[in-house]
Design a protein around this ligand. Structure first.
Ligand SMILES: Cc1cc2nc3c(=O)[nH]c(=O)nc-3n(C[C@H](O)[C@H](O)[C@H](O)COP(=O)(O)OP(=O)(O)OC[C@H]3O[C@@H](n4cnc5c(N)ncnc54)[C@H](O)[C@@H]3O)c2cc1C
Length: 427
């Protein structure tokens, strides 16, 4: 078994990049080379301005190179709940934003010809782990039908879920056809290669150690270099604790470790019975489990360890979970296992905004950022150009540092324990 990800083992080569040495000037300096930063750079360059990306590690070293690759228009908060808490227009705006995010990812892949991203829009199944959760899916389907007049997601029976997934444990599900999966690392490398070919400057192993403003310019200091720019974009998401320069963003987030395992190649007769419908699937537990087939392997993800590092016990739990969903895979050997940090927010929504006149950010995707971060990159390009954007609930006005953030770890454990308990008692 290797601690390397399946993605790293199967990715196309990354463009050859260097670390920053000496002084550079640009219009917008972008901190972080994940989907948010790469997408922002793409759209800023397309508008005729000069972006420059600084990455502390390697390209897509953060969540963008490690995620499950599930493309979905959903937020962690349901539309019916948003309508109850706010109003119909707000909920509808969020619904449309979710689909706009999927569109922006598809457009990015198609317009740049990123074949390596292996985009497959085969649909997403939300599979109910109990009757209570099935009721929740039904109310989402009802809301979509009533408020949008369409059927962008529709209920499927327990029998249909069994046929599509090969698992007998679910009580029914919600099928969203406009969703699917990608090879996450290839998507990021594809974007970066295109930027590289267009002459956009990107520097790896170049952490932004200090950001300050001087004479109407933003100055970003790295260990061996310095960038002077008109504006700065922070695209550091769940990895905003790499240096003190992004501390103010880190304090707005609760990073949560999420883990993934990938099986050894499955024998043909087993593979034929697992996810034969070609969809991707996530269950309805608060501590979500999700899975999809990649080539001849199953990948299975869910909550990982707390804290800074992986833990064997978290991977063992995931392995056991996989055996519950697919008994044929109980004790089946695992070839790859890895994890990454999901950036949670207190309201379970991502946010984009400004810290001051020259500083912009988009962070907090709550584990659903593959499409949304691509969309946010586009919004950041518009925001830095002074164009109006319609972010609705995703606007950053009320998104502030979390009080007593330094003491969050016990709170996260408590919240996670509470959610596990609710899952266990079937609520
Ligand atoms: C295990 C896992 C599974 C997931 N699965 C899914 C999924 O299936 N579907 C989905 O929609 N979403 C999923 N997500 C979430 C999704 O991956 C993220 O929302 C998305 O990748 C965020 O992209 P980003 O560019 O904002 O951040 P990241 O990709 O995390 O990039 C941030 C980058 O900033 C860099 N950085 C930090 N500080 C500095 C600094 N001071 N100077 C320079 N660079 C810096 C980091 O090195 C990092 O590369 C998953 C996340 C994880 C961890």
């Amino acid at each position: 078994m290797t601690a390397k990800s399946l993605w790293a083992a199967t990715a196309q080569p990354a463009p050859a990049l260097q670390s920053l040495q000496g002084e550079r000037q640009c219009d917008v300096v972008i901190i972080g080379a994940g989907y948010t930063g790469l997408s922002a750079a793409h759209h800023i360059a397309a508008s005729g301005r000069e972006p420059l990306i600084l990455e502390a590690n390697t390209l897509a070293w953060g969540a963008s190179g490690r995620n499950g690759g599930v493309v979905s228009p959903k937020f962690r908060v349901g539309f019916a709940a948003l309508m109850q808490r706010f109003d119909r227009d707000t909920a509808l705006h969020m619904y449309r934003t979710g689909y706009a995010a999927v569109d922006s990812l598809v457009e990015m892949i198609e317009s740049l010809g990123i074949a390596g991203a292996q985009l497959h829009m085969g649909g997403h199944i939300a599979a109910a782990h109990n009757e209570h959760a099935l009721g929740g899916l039904q109310s989402t389907a009802n809301w979509i039908k009533r408020e949008t007049g369409g059927e962008s997601s529709r209920m499927i029976s327990a029998e249909q879920v069994r046929e599509m997934t090969g698992s007998t444990i679910f009580h029914g599900g919600l099928l969203t056809p406009k969703a699917g999966g990608i090879h996450p690392l290839n998507y990021a490398r594809g974007m970066a290669s295109s930027l590289n070919e267009r002459g956009v400057k990107m520097f790896i192993n170049s952490p932004a150690e200090q950001v300050r403003q001087e004479g109407g310019r933003v100055i970003v200091q790295t260990p061996q270099g310095r960038v002077s720019a008109r504006q700065v974009v922070y695209a550091t998401n769940g990895y905003s604790d790499q240096t003190r320069a992004t501390d103010t963003l880190h304090r707005r987030l609760i990073p949560f470790r999420s883990a993934i395992i990938a099986t050894e190649p499955l024998p043909a007769h087993v593979l034929a019975g697992i996810m034969p419908g070609g969809q991707v699937c996530g269950d309805t537990k608060r501590m979500l489990r999700w899975f999809r087939v990649i080539g001849d392997r199953l990948i299975f993800g869910g909550r990982g360890a707390f804290g800074k590092h992986d833990s064997d016990s978290a991977f063992r739990t995931l392995h056991r979970s996989m055996g519950e969903v697919f008994p044929a895979l109980r004790d089946f050997p695992i070839a790859f296992r890895w994890s990454g940090l999901v950036a949670m927010t207190l309201d379970y929504l991502p946010h984009a905004g400004q810290l001051d006149e020259r500083s912009f950010y988009a962070i907090g995707y709550n584990g659903g950022g593959v499409a949304m971060s691509t969309y946010m990159g586009k919004q950041l390009a518009a925001m830095t150009a002074g164009e109006p954007v319609q972010l609705g609930l995703l606007a950053g006005e009320t998104f502030k540092p979390i009080p007593l953030h330094a003491f969050r770890a016990p709170g996260v454990r408590l919240a996670a324990g509470w959610q596990q308990l609710l899952d266990a008692i079937g609520r």
